[in-house]
Ligand binder design. Structure first.
Ligand SMILES: C[S@@+](CC[C@H](N)C(=O)[O-])C[C@H]1O[C@@H](n2cnc3c(N)ncnc32)[C@H](O)[C@@H]1O
Length: 272
């Protein structure tokens, strides 16, 4: 079964604008792992479930070619619209049926996407297309919302996010729960003896109230909620934004606050 929660054009454009790019620290860990297991040259990276291409663009300077694969046409259209990355190609396709010859891929990544894949079919394809020593890197952040810090009201802002999470809970696919479980089952099923987990990578950055509302809007759960009741979903965003501004004692949604995200990554290398 393929899960199609990312098909809408509006959803894709919100996604492009507001989703987080994975941190450089994690990218470096992945590249060092690849260097240790397979070595250079870094020829081909394939970014599965690439969405609007945040992770594909991060990999582009380090490979001769990057191919972003996604089942959603709208997400790919947004990705293709970002200029300045001549070595990235985007292709419609699925992680369970990869359009590459046996033993041809150096690195397979999936950022916030592997929980949507059919586990056994994806792993069979990973085994087939990777070069000997080639690596898989499956990364995500551990909690749907970042922890927020603004003067002394960070905890209250986190509490508002938790309330939003509760509202969206009934719209949460059981696949999202697989992601929240840090891909434990997928990790166990990887047939390569050489595998490891990177845990607890804290990343601090800034965001604005406006961007955080955009992030909420980009969630597949929010989009599902909106499909069923567009006005209530719109009201949830507006109400949440107002509560944020009130707690922070500010008027502008462009006010910045600090955010803290925790990433994890599953790494594995095909035997030489
Ligand atoms: C949460 S988004 C992540 C997008 C991007 N990697 C990022 O980090 O922002 C998940 C993406 O996986 C795609 N997807 C879901 N199932 C897929 C499958 N079986 N094969 C390829 N892509 C898939 C969706 O269309 C969506 O664009």
């Amino acid at each position: 079964m393929t899960y199609r929660f990312f098909e809408g054009k509006d959803h894709a454009s919100v996604y492009q604008k507001y989703r987080f790019t994975p941190p450089d620290e994690l990218k470096n860990i992945i590249l060092q792992y690849l260097d240790k297991k397979k070595g250079k040259p870094h020829v081909l990276a394939v970014d599965l479930g690439c969405g609007t291409g945040q992770n594909s663009r991060l990999l582009a300077p380090h490979f001769q070619a990057v191919v972003g694969i996604d089942i959603s046409e709208s997400q790919l259209e947004e990705a293709k619209g970002v200029p300045g990355y001549p070595n990235i190609t985007y292709r419609k396709g699925s992680a369970e049926e990869l359009p590459f010859p046996d033993g041809s891929v150096d690195l397979l990544t999936a950022a916030s996407a592997a929980h949507w894949f059919d586990q056994s079919r994806f792993l069979a394809e990973a085994c087939r297309v990777l070069k000997p020593g080639g690596c898989v890197a499956l990364l995500d952040y551990t909690s749907i919302f970042p922890r927020l810090h603004y003067q002394d009201c960070g905890e209250r802002l986190d509490h508002i996010c938790e309330e939003v999470r509760q509202v969206l809970l009934p719209y949460t696919s059981n696949r999202v729960a697989v992601g929240s479980g840090k891909l434990e089952e997928l990790y166990s099923a990887i047939p390569f003896p050489d595998k490891e987990r990177v845990e607890g990578l804290q990343v601090n950055s800034s965001t604005s109230v406006r961007n955080l509302m955009g992030f909420i809007e980009s969630l597949s759960t929010f989009q599902d909620y909106k499909k069923k009741d567009p006005q209530t979903a719109e009201n949830l965003l507006l109400h949440t934004q107002n509560r944020f501004l009130e707690e922070m004692g500010v008027k502008s949604p462009d006010m910045e606050m600090k955010q803290e995200l925790e990433y994890f990554c599953v790494l594995a290398s095909k035997p030489l």
